[in-house]
Design a protein around this ligand. Structure first.
Ligand code: ATP
Ligand code: MG
Length: 421
């Protein structure tokens, strides 16, 4: 990709209306453009990150038997009237009328629709367990949209819905999804903190929120220090709660082990039994031909919130530092002297050689050296190949690691070999 043709409207100005660093950096690096309160257009740098995040999520969902679908963003109110949630959902739901006066809504979530699709096609225990998932836009008319895309009104979510024949099987599905979430977040370079979202009376609801630690998080987490080094299995039983739930008198965490930090909720897993299957008369026949209401769960990941959350956990005072797995590009080539033919031929040689293996942004814009270097640090691609006149005359280019700031000089052939390995 040539930067001269790439739509990434970067800016030096610190945006006045952004309260947290991820919001500032997303605006400055030209990732988002606000169109109304809590509603944003997503520009190319951000779209590339969303696609990387989505790919990781889909791979992990598919591994546990998830089936990707697209439910709709516009739903008929009828399904919500059937489940009893149409009135209960309140003002967060954007209600719409079509030209004939029919009641519709923009999806804030899709439990009803998932149940409806399931009941139309699955009639026997043989069709279970089933997991349907999508990555799609949601709208919630949040009372206080803030922090950019962190708490938006329109946002992108991965939402999954599971159907099992009985509690034992539903519990297994829950555990599978739980572990896949741990993997999903780890692959993005994050340390997930599973927080018990419900006290979990026996046979009752199971629910965990997944948080990542950041000073700007909206929740305060109380957790056991052991959590930070726990295995994936241990994570499920290690103690962490948010402030609404924390009771210092009853806490099972000793003072020495107790950690208190701010967290951002990036995911939520929830088992709720037969709530929707019963309300929506959704059943399958078991081996004996008896009607059974499937045990359900739903599982969300805040895809658009994750873009901001990753930035909160990985940046410095010059800009974003993308973890390699979710970076918009693998490497950026900075040609510092466009008028120097040697610089141009070296830059082009490297660009052409590594482009078929790596996602490369070639900064061929006619701007100052300072602006070029600043934009590269701002956008935060993990590797920079810096091509300057003096170095090229000495037969070398510079390879800079965005995270450590370390710069190594080497020949262009060696750089190419490194990226082709
Ligand atoms: P919150 O407590 O932050 O409002 P929630 O409990 O309403 O979240 P869920 O319904 O469980 O959220 O949605 C699944 C995930 O979607 C959340 O874990 C979060 O990461 C993301 N999410 C929820 N609301 C928003 C929003 N307004 N903007 C961006 N992401 C959101
Ligand atoms: Mg909410």
């Amino acid at each position: 990709m040539l930067f001269s043709k790439f739509f990434a409207p970067t800016s030096k100005e610190d945006p006045a209306d952004a309260a947290i660093i991820s919001h500032k950096l997303m605006l400055r690096s030209g990732m988002i453009s606000q169109t109304a309160s809590g509603i944003y257009c997503w520009l190319p740098v951000a779209v590339r990150v969303i696609e990387k995040i989505s790919k990781i999520i889909c791979e992990e969902q598919d591994k546990i038997g998830g089936n990707r679908v697209y439910f709709t963003t516009i739903q008929s109110a009828d399904l919500w009237i059937e489940s009893g949630r149409y009135d209960a959902y309140g003002k967060e739901m954007l209600r719409i009328k079509d030209r004939k006066g029919g009641n519709f809504l923009y999806s804030p979530t899709n439990e009803e629709q998932a149940t409806d699709v399931f009941r139309k096609y699955v009639k026997s225990y043989r069709g279970l367990p089933t997991i349907l998932y999508q990555i799609h836009w949601k709208f919630r008319d949040e009372i206080r949209p803030r922090f950019g895309v962190m708490r938006g009104r329109e946002f992108l979510m991965k939402d999954a819905y599971s159907f099992d024949i009985d509690f034992e099987s539903a519990k297994k599905t829950y555990e599978k999804v739980f572990k896949s979430y741990v993997q999903t977040f780890k692959r993005m370079g994050l340390i997930p903190i599973p927080v018990q979202a419900d006290s979990g009376a026996i046979g009752g609801n199971m629910s965990h929120e997944f948080h990542i630690l950041a000073d700007t998080g909206e929740s305060t987490l109380y957790y056991d220090k052991k959590l930070l080094s726990a295995s994936d299995d241990e994570l499920m039983t290690t103690f962490a709660v948010s402030d609404e739930k924390y009771d210092s008198q009853k806490s099972i965490i000793s003072k020495e082990e107790l950690m208190i930090s701010k967290g951002i909720e990036v995911g939520h897993v929830f088992y709720f039994g037969t709530k929707y299957s019963k309300a929506m008369n959704t059943f399958v026949l078991d081996e004996k031909g008896k009607k059974v209401f499937p045990e359900m769960g739903s599982y969300g990941i805040g895809v658009s919130r994750l873009v901001a959350a990753i930035i909160e956990s990985s940046h410095d005072d010059r800009g974003i530092i993308w973890p390699e797995a979710v970076s918009p590009f693998d490497v950026v080539i900075l040609n510092l002297h466009l008028k120097n033919s040697k610089c141009c031929s070296v830059a082009l040689k490297i660009y052409e050689a590594i482009s078929f293996k790596k996602e490369v942004l070639y900064d061929d814009r006619d701007i100052t050296v300072g602006e070029k270097l600043a934009d590269a640090d701002l956008i935060g691609i993990p590797w920079q190949i810096i091509i300057g006149q003096k170095k090229v005359d000495n037969g070398v280019v510079e390879l800079k690691n965005r995270k450590t700031g370390e710069i190594i000089e080497m020949s262009s052939d060696k750089v190419i070999d490194g990226f082709l390995k």
